[in-house]
Design a protein around this ligand. Structure first.
Ligand SMILES: [Zn+2]
Length: 271
């Protein structure tokens, strides 16, 4: 089922509005900080299953899927935030990544892994009652892990003096999707509508280098048999158009029971 394109773009627009407001964001860091970014295209280059739904492997894409890393450091201990357009980081996947980045001097507590939960991302881990262990393409899983590790390494190599600031604003495009256990709009249900930003600028020139935006909403509206990052990907593309060369990272918030608010005329059903 397709979400109307204009509603998806609505989400994008909200993210952008939030993103551009904080270009004069608050909370510039008083201590000397460093930041670096690494980015990898993880779009499958051969047929792979999608993250959710037990369907045959595909190779088509409506957008690229990416893994990115943002390293932040006070000059002593870096922390790396990783974002990826996959369903989720399983325990074994996380442990393998943590194991491989020890050679970079990183303890597990220094590496935060955030999956966008894109339903149209590639499958890298089994899903309870949906995808079995033996349905996961091991070659792609290895490809994914090595790309994430490479993004982390690149972000550390890219560390440069930086100004950090944050901003947030309400973004009303998501809605709670559970009503008495059914998949129905629940405007009174809990949801986190804050769009939150971490903004990275070059320390001396104040040139914008990177934006990480976090929003709690299910990226589950692009249901073609193709890979992509759903609304997160569209938002990143728009940011890229408006700010060429600026690194764009998107992170999932508390969006387990939230999805894009696209209801039919009755207002009681999703499209
Ligand atoms: Zn989901």
């Amino acid at each position: 089922m397709h979400a109307p394109r204009h509603l998806i773009l609505c989400v994008v627009h909200c993210v952008l509005c939030i993103c551009f407001a904080p270009l004069c964001g608050r909370g510039a860091s008083p201590v000397k900080m460093f930041a670096g970014v690494g980015s990898e295209d993880i779009t499958p280059e051969w047929p792979v299953r999608r993250a959710f739904g037990n369907r045959p492997p595909i190779q088509q894409r409506y957008d690229r899927v990416e893994a990115k890393a943002l390293a932040l450091s006070d000059g002593k201990q870096p922390v790396v935030l990783v974002t990826a357009d996959i369903g989720y980081f399983s325990l074994s996947l996380s442990q393998e990544i943590h194991k491989r980045v020890r050679r970079l001097g990183l303890e597990p507590r220094q590496v935060v892994l955030n999956a966008s939960h894109s339903h149209s991302g590639p499958a890298v881990s089994p899903v309870l009652d949906v995808l079995e262990e033996d349905q996961i393409d091991r070659r792609y899983q290895e490809h994914f892990i090595s790309r994430v590790v490479r993004a982390i390494e690149s972000s550390l190599q890219d560390l440069q003096p930086a100004q950090l600031s944050t901003a947030e604003a309400e973004c009303e495009v998501c809605i709670n999707k559970r009503l008495e256990g059914r998949m129905e709009p629940n405007p009174a249900g809990p949801m986190d509508r804050r769009g939150r930003l971490l903004i990275v600028r070059a320390a001396k020139t104040e040139v914008l280098r990177a934006v990480l935006f976090l929003y709690g909403c299910h990226p589950s509206d692009q249901n073609d048999e193709a890979f992509g990052a759903d609304f997160f990907g569209f938002a990143r593309e728009e940011l890229e158009c408006r700010n060429p060369g600026v690194a764009r990272l998107s992170a999932q918030g508390t969006g387990g029971d939230a999805r894009v608010d696209h209801r039919d005329v009755s207002g009681k059903k999703f499209f």
